[in-house]
Design a protein around this ligand. Sequence first.
Ligand code: PAF
Length: 333
Amino acid sequence: MGSNLGDSRRLLRDALDPSERPAYEAMAAAAHRLSRGEGRSGITSHGGGEGRVALIDRVDAFRKELEAVRAAGRTVGFVPTMGYLHEGHASLIRRAAAECDVVAVSVFVNPLQFAPTEDLAAYPRDLERDVALAEASGAHLVLSPSTEEMYPEPMATTVSVATVSEGLEGAQRPTHFAGVATVVAKLLALAGPCRAYFGEKDFQQLAVIRRLVRDLSFPVDVVGCATVREPDGLAMSSRNIYLTGDERVAATVLYRALTDGVRLVEAGERDPAVVRDHMHAVIESEPRAELDYAEVVRAGDLSLPDTLSGELRLLVAARFGRARLIDNRGVTI
Ligand code: PAF
């Protein structure tokens, strides 16, 4: 296998224009080091196949690996996550692998984005499974730092993004988006120039990150990716694991409420209150759902329109037992 790989590398190199060969050689050497995790502190290799993924627990090692990739003329795709990966994450990693030469995934349950009353300690974790799923989806590196590695001393700096952070989730979880923006700013600073992939399932988070990247001029292209759903419409989420059997069935009410709301708009409804009240009624008709909000906003800045027009986003949030779930759908008129 090793010599076949060597032969194919030689063939590939020989097929290149001579001016492209040094960059190719540098990339091949970097890829080889990545797959072996040789002699680098904070890096081990995982997985069984040719595409063994490098598991990195030191932020400096992560930064250096991605710098080496770019120095070899290759592009970086970055998928930040809190782990417990599912098909939604896998779709982000696959898209990054289709669009970029090297794909890095971070797995870090960020304490800053959990309020004291929230589920930080209970948040599901399974690093072995995450590494296997990341590798199978096309990732080359997984950064999994400890909390001490990410935050060696209490953070004196907080990044907060006004306006888009304030309503919806921000109103329910007042410290949440500052925690997200702070960790994402740090992760993007470590990753360097790249394309960064985030799911539209967390639509407000995506808006916050887009604004953060624009305001602070990060050299990053933010790519929003469509929500991946179960066959009955439930949006994939690491928190779905908290649902009991009955709650799992009940949770499909979120998608039904959004779909009804979209249909109303498509049928000509232009009063946001009518659409909002209808989604409220659908969610409240489910006894296991405890509604947090249902809202229609302008997709660009998440502001509340007086009359519905242009690109809109319908967003809902509700609790089902231990699980607090959010979802959204877009409609343009
Ligand atoms: O969406 C998530 O998983 C997290 O909020 C993120 C963006 C990785 C920051 O911790």
